[in-house]
Write a protein that binds this ligand. Sequence first.
Ligand SMILES: [Zn+2]
Length: 107
Amino acid sequence: MDPEFAEVSDHDVTTITCVCGNTVSGEGLIQANAQGIPVHSGGNTPVPAGLAEWPEDEDLYTLCPSCGRVYSDTVVEETGTAPVALRVDVAHAPVAEAIRVHWELNA
Ligand SMILES: [Zn+2]
């Protein structure tokens, strides 16, 4: 199978239109780590249960919480294309729990 690509403009991950049709202004997109787990972006505050730590190497990914496709921010920023890097199961732990915590904090 050929890799799937999301649509993206100007090397900007916030403009991704996921393969499933979701966008930032739709169901939203979430910053995640290389495993597709949503990360905590609250600076030096403790990492809430369920979320992953902000990656020290700043290797961030963008998770579509609607379908579980994950895109590499580095690839998007360097190439202006958004191939699907991996897929995670958004219906089950640990991703489902992390998404719930993320929206609670960002409501
Ligand atoms: Zn999607």
